[in-house]
Design a protein around this ligand. Structure first.
Ligand SMILES: [Fe+2]
Ligand SMILES: [Fe+2]
Length: 164
């Protein structure tokens, strides 16, 4: 069953990504929106991988995708750490941000993957900003674990781009 959007959350995945990118001091709602976008990012990577027959490129995209769901789980743990509220990231079929069929997939070209890589490097910077802004030590630790892996994602995307 589709998870209801948290009260006050952006309506679409695109808006949610834009919202998250602009937050400097996250509220609990922001961290929930983050969990939903990270969970959706797994699906985006898997769908993107369908756009190429290059097995090595697909493997790199899948590796990133799997970690995005781990990021969603860590974001959900951060919600719990900050607010005490149980929160669980949705699977793709239950994710409110994946219901409109309009999820943005990148074409598998070197150019597009290099562009995605820049977004991932920006992801580490954003997580660091959030870690500094939160006074909850456990949430900050979880943000930094995610952030470090966003840089790994960027490097995998550059590696994939070089294979095309
Ligand atoms: Fe992530
Ligand atoms: Fe990522």
């Amino acid at each position: 069953m589709t998870m209801p959007l948290p009260q006050g959350a952006p309506a679409t995945l695109r808006d949610a990504f834009a919202h998250i990118g602009a937050v400097t001091a996250p509220t609990v709602l922001d961290v929930k929106v983050l969990a939903l976008t990270e969970a959706a990012a797994m699906t985006l990577y898997y769908k993107t991988a369908e756009g190429t027959d290059n097995a090595a490129v697909r493997d790199l995209l899948h590796a990133n995708g799997r970690e995005e769901f781990l990021h969603a789980q860590r974001a959900a743990l951060a919600v719990k750490a900050i607010s005490g509220e149980d929160f669980f990231p949705p699977l793709a079929e239950d994710n409110p941000y994946l219901q409109d069929g309009g999820a943005p997939f990148a074409p598998v070209t070197a150019e597009a993957l290099k562009g995605l890589a820049q977004g991932e490097f920006g992801g580490e910077a954003l997580y660091e900003k959030w870690a500094v802004a939160t006074d909850n030590a456990e949430a900050a630790r979880l943000f930094r674990l995610n952030g470090k892996e966003e840089t790994d994602h960027g490097n995998r995307l550059l590696q994939a781009a070089a294979l095309l």
